[in-house]
Write a protein that binds this ligand. Structure first.
Ligand code: GUN
Ligand code: ZN
Length: 428
């Protein structure tokens, strides 16, 4: 048995601060402790009490460091790491100019392995302990990602991105090969160690109805898998979907018709939704994923967080790199705050931190297992330095409570704010 005691300020959640009275949903200790036994959280509480109860533990004292569940990125594209922050395009032009040429390189297993390792290390540097990633059409890109994640013992979700139209020859599969490859990869990886497979049609414009139907059939055969895709990100994309699927009631209908609407579905962006789409997503208990740095970077629009939270949708938070412009979930929380302000609401730091941990974990149907600072969860932990730069330090020095101390790090922090990371109970 390995037993660790981490001392510092601890912060976690017992409820959803987006709904109801948020202070009741927060569990904070100024002089707190976390006990980890064999990779899982065994206790969270006051430092003195846990020290007395666990005298045999290895102790790491982080002083004023803030101990939180590690961040959970609910939507990103590891093959786009090399083209992050590419200038001057909106969605469709950005895909054609930057993304598709880069993704074409991932048939090379050595290149895929290199980028997968780099991406996972960048994520850990930024305090992100779970990534949910699109791969490319190449099965080798999926093997590379799951292999690199297993080497780091990280809980990840990923799948082969399927496209059989409106993409270059180098990136097109077919309805049948998408089904066959996805099935083989799912059987190889789903539930192996900490890996979860997500069936992954890129988005309706790059799949024929036959391919969408084949992937819908695969999901029906494997309903315990997640399914990830994109939904209603940009207005020009929605107009294109309308042209390609004239019989569809709306964008969501292009998935629903082919068996790709379900509770374990992750719908990235979901910005410009029709009332029917919101109602249907809520009825099904599906998840939408907010990607705020991407939405501003490629000019998509303002996600309506409160409308969707009030409709009781599961909502995750994500970087969407490389459409997103940062690997940092702190920067992502800051962008969510900024988009909230543009919609007339000020998200509380508790709500932002909840989205980046518990909210994303719930979207992935892994609530209580990851993104959670509570007994029984895997010990995927980030320890934040709330005075990581001179600018942040001079601001947090005058903070009157933990939220006032945390907010400058959310707004101005980056990987320098990440003091330590633990993955499945092991210090990185
Ligand atoms: N829609 C379809 N593919 C993509 C992608 O790679 N990134 C983003 N942001 N949107 C998409
Ligand atoms: Zn995406």
């Amino acid at each position: 048995m390995t037993k660790h005691l981490l001392l510092g300020q601890t912060i976690g959640f017992t409820g959803n601060p987006l709904l109801g009275d948020w202070p009741d949903a927060v569990r904070y200790e100024q002089r707190g402790a976390l006990c980890i036994i064999d990779g899982r959280i065994a206790a969270v509480g006051a430092a003195d009490a846990l020290r007395a109860a666990h005298q045999d533990a290895n102790v790491t004292d982080y002083g004023n460091g803030l101990i939180s569940a590690g961040f959970v990125d609910a939507h990103m594209h590891y093959p786009q790491t090399g083209i992050v922050a590419s200038w001057g395009k909106q969605l469709i032009d950005w895909l054609n100019t930057y993304t598709f040429p880069e993704e074409s390189r991932f048939g090379d297993p050595a290149y895929a392995a290199d980028v997968a390792a780099r991406t996972l290390d960048l994520a850990l540097d930024h305090g992100t302990t779970t990534l949910t990633s699109f791969c490319t059409i190449h099965p080798a890109s999926v093997d590379a990602f799951f292999t690199a994640a297993a080497a780091r013992n990280m809980a990840v979700v990923a799948g082969k991105t399927c496209m059989d139209r409106n993409a270059p020859d180098t990136l097109r599969d077919t309805a049948q090969t998408a089904y066959d490859d996805s099935k083989a990869l799912l059987e190889k990886w789903h539930g192996v160690g900490r890996a979860q497979y997500a069936i992954t049609p890129r988005f309706s414009p790059t799949s024929t109805p036959d391919q969408l139907a084949a992937l819908g059939a695969l999901w029906a055969e494997h309903p315990d898998c997640l399914m990830q895709t994109h939904l209603s990100e940009q207005l020009s994309e929605i107009a294109w979907v309308r042209d390609l699927f004239p019989a569809a009631r709306d964008y969501l209908d292009t998935y629903e018709t082919f068996g790709l609407l379900g509770a374990r579905g992750l719908y990235g962006h979901a910005i410009h939704l029709e009332p029917r789409e919101v109602d249907r997503l809520a009825e099904i208990d599906a998840a939408v994923v907010h990607c705020p740095t991407s939405n501003t970077f490629i000019g998509s629009g303002l996600f309506d967080l409160m409308r969707l939270a009030q409709a009781s949708l599961r909502i995750g938070l994500a970087t969407d790199t490389g459409g997103g412009s940062s690997f940092s979930m702190l920067r992502t929380m800051a962008a969510a705050y900024e988009i909230g302000q543009l919609r007339g609401i000020a998200l509380h730091p508790a709500q932002l931190l909840w989205l980046a941990t518990e909210g994303s974990a719930r979207a992935l149907h892994m609530g209580g297992q990851i993104g959670h600072l509570g007994v029984g969860a895997m010990a995927d932990i980030v320890v934040l330095d709330l005075a990581s730069t001179p600018a942040i330090a001079q601001r947090s020095a005058r903070a009157e409570d933990i939220w006032d101390a945390l907010f400058p790090t959310i707004m101005m922090g980056d990987d320098r704010a990440v003091r330590d990371v633990w993955v499945a109970g092991k210090r990185r």
